[in-house]
Design a protein around this ligand. Structure first.
Ligand SMILES: C[S@@+](CC[C@H](N)C(=O)[O-])C[C@H]1O[C@@H](n2cnc3c(N)ncnc32)[C@H](O)[C@@H]1O
Length: 273
């Protein structure tokens, strides 16, 4: 396997942010500033998810929305029989494809809603920080696609943003989703743990395990844990020296902090019976 050097999409662009930094989806803004880990529970929850997925050399793995490919790298170190990723962002898809090798590793440009991959061709499917940004119908379609792709006994892992507690009044849920969508410039519709569970079971899955972590995406300690000290310092430097980006990153962090009582990262492992 090739050694990876991951760069944000449009590598180097973080040196001079393009004009629409104020409009860019939050995750790509963070990526341009040098952040690679873009999921709510950080690498810690990713590792829990991968541990529970228990990927083995016999597994055919499909990843939905690999982003910059940080989890792809962890998966490939487990040497699965095959690895196929579906990413709808062209630059990110090329980036991930650039470090895949051989006929059994590929990253396709496309949507997780309709992968075009054969039915029951996978034993493991997973996706992180990608369902939260979909509307209710798209969420259902993506989970149904994971179900279609998996063989019986296959495992599906998700790592997403959740609203807590389960009985949070609907008006509060809607307020948080609306404010978050406005702030990060991507539709964000996190679900409660119960709703995530229902989404999976309604598609036919049996939920086998779940784990949670605090939503600390932009908290200094988590940034260092996820990126390492050097990258974390570079990220902070890039944020501080670009006024427009600074404004947005601080605004995102303020919003996450303001709603911290009601936000968490959650991961589920579900099995196709
Ligand atoms: C917040 S980023 C998360 C990236 C990566 N999974 C991570 O956790 O670092 C969301 C990613 O989902 C991708 N995405 C969103 N909807 C998608 C879909 N329907 N099919 C494939 N990729 C999708 C975006 O292009 C982006 O790369």
């Amino acid at each position: 396997m090739k050694t990876l050097t991951l760069c944000p999409p449009a590598a180097g662009a973080h040196d001079s942010l393009p004009a629409p930094a104020h409009k860019m989806p939050g995750h790509w803004l963070l990526a341009r500033l040098g952040k690679r880990v873009l999921r709510p529970g950080g690498l810690e929850l990713t590792r829990v998810m991968l541990e529970q997925l228990d990927i083995q050399p016999r597994d055919a793995v499909v990843e939905f929305a690999p982003g910059l490919g940080v989890t792809a790298r962890l998966t490939l170190s487990r040497q699965p029989a095959s690895y196929t990723a579906l990413e709808r962002d062209e630059v990110a898809a090329k980036e991930v494809q650039s470090y895949l090798t051989g006929p059994h590793q590929r990253c396709q440009l496309g949507s997780a809603e309709q992968t075009g991959l054969p039915e029951q061709s996978a034993t493991v499917v997973y996706g992180e920080a990608m369902l939260t940004m979909q509307g209710p119908e798209q969420k259902r379609r993506i989970v149904a696609e994971a179900f279609r792709l998996l063989q019986p006994g296959g495992r599906y892992g998700i790592h997403e943003l959740s609203l807590t507690p389960d009985d949070l009044p609907e008006a509060v849920q809607e307020d948080i989703s609306r404010e978050m969508s406005r702030n990060i410039h991507v539709g964000a519709r996190p679900l409660s743990a119960r709703e995530w569970r229902e989404l999976l079971t309604d598609a036919g899955f049996r939920v086998e395990s779940e784990a949670t972590a605090p939503m600390h995406l932009l908290e200094p300690r988590r940034v260092v844990q996820d990126e390492g000290l050097f990258r974390a310092l570079r990220f902070v430097f890039n944020v501080l020296r670009t006024p427009e980006a600074r404004k947005r990153v601080f605004s995102m962090r303020r919003m996450f902090r303001q709603h911290r009582r009601h936000l968490a990262a959650i991961s589920f492992i579900a099995v196709k019976p």
